[in-house]
Design a protein around this ligand. Structure first.
Ligand code: 5GP
Length: 116
């Protein structure tokens, strides 16, 4: 798959509005427009990586950094102690809709297992 821009590139460049909680040169985090839990945040590398299948060794650092940012935001949102779920959907069976790799941070309620 080509590294084509999605709506998330427009969010990174602030060309469309989003509730951005954190942004630096590597990562952007914003509230999901269609939240599935009281806290639902999307954390993305600024670099376009379409899916987990497209990850390369040069992405190792930024992918680890996504977890560090997720943990910081979970603390800020007050959900760290009760817990939360981090999800990366890949392709059709994973339920991926936006082909710019992203981590969902979901919390504020208990969640079932296994996922539907
Ligand atoms: P996926 O299903 O690809 O893992 O998740 C994509 C997520 O991005 C969905 O939860 C969807 O609600 C969210 N989303 C899609 N478009 C926008 C948008 O324009 N703004 C925001 N804030 N979230 C979006």
């Amino acid at each position: 798959m080509m590294n084509e821009e999605t709506i998330f590139s427009k969010i990174i460049r602030k060309e469309i509005p989003a509730d951005i909680l954190f942004q630096d040169e590597r990562v952007t985090a914003f509230r999901d427009i269609n939240p599935q839990a009281p806290t639902h945040i999307v954390i993305i590398p600024n670099k376009i990586i379409p899916t987990v299948n497209d990850v390369t060794p040069e992405d190792e650092a930024v992918l680890g950094y996504l977890l560090i940012v997720a943990a910081q935001i979970a603390k800020q949102e007050g959900i760290a102690e009760n817990g939360y779920r981090l999800i990366i959907n890949c392709n059709r069976h994973g339920g991926q809709e936006v082909f710019h790799l992203h981590m969902h941070l979901l919390g504020g309620r208990g969640m079932g297992w296994p996922p539907g």
